[in-house]
Design a protein around this ligand. Structure first.
Ligand SMILES: [Fe+2]
Length: 210
């Protein structure tokens, strides 16, 4: 029986190759690894994920890899959620362009656009929920050390809380069970998940500096 790799549609292989070349030029060092990590989480959460959903997992943050003047910038938005919505819209536009250049079928282009547009806010359908959880989980399992180094502890804690807030109950269980090697990250997430579950906002910073 043919394995899944040998059944990969030609448009997917072409679009993935184009996407990986864009991601490789990102000024954000975690970007290429994050795309692959989100795909890994997606396939753990949803082993039967279709090709459109897989491409959405790989391309959902492509905006961040674009050159100056083409990507959405945090400094241009007062509100973090408005920034994330603009980032998702720009990623969806670029993902659709890469797919069209790779001769992907129109229904795939539409589905990837829909998924990437909504990937920050999630939704009711299973595909979107799996993408949102996979993305949120990968922030913790891949991006977090890079983010903390670049942004500092206060901003990292704000981002951690925002990320936990995006997770479904299943996603929170997956996060709680993940074997983090770094004890500081393990303790931060344990405290945040524990107090989130109790409805208490925990001050890791105050705790840490006591
Ligand atoms: Fe992401």
């Amino acid at each position: 029986m043919a394995d899944r790799q040998s059944l990969t549609p030609a448009w997917f292989a072409r679009a993935r190759g184009r996407l990986e070349r864009v991601l490789a030029r990102s000024r954000v060092p975690e970007d290429p690894g994050h795309a692959r990590d989100v795909e890994r989480w997606l396939l753990r959460l949803c082993p039967d994920a279709g090709w459109a959903l897989r491409f959405a997992a790989l391309a959902h943050d492509v905006d961040r890899a674009l050159p100056d003047g083409e990507r959405v910038e945090r400094r241009d938005f007062a509100d973090y959620d408005d920034f994330k919505a603009a980032h998702a819209a720009n990623s969806a536009r670029v993902a659709a362009r890469l797919l069209r250049e790779a001769d992907a079928p129109s229904p795939v282009v539409h589905e990837v656009t829909r998924l990437v547009l909504a990937h920050e806010r999630g939704g009711e359908d299973a595909a979107l929920a799996a993408l949102c959880d996979a993305d949120a989980l990968s922030f913790f399992t891949h991006n977090l050390p890079f983010y903390r180094l670049r942004e500092g502890l206060d901003e990292t804690l704000r981002r951690v809380r925002w990320g936990i807030g995006r997770l479904s109950a299943l996603g929170r269980r997956a996060l709680a069970a993940f074997p983090f090697a770094d004890p500081a990250i393990r303790r931060m997430l344990h405290d945040e998940l524990h107090h989130e579950a109790q409805g208490i906002r925990f001050s890791y910073l105050a705790h840490r500096t006591r």
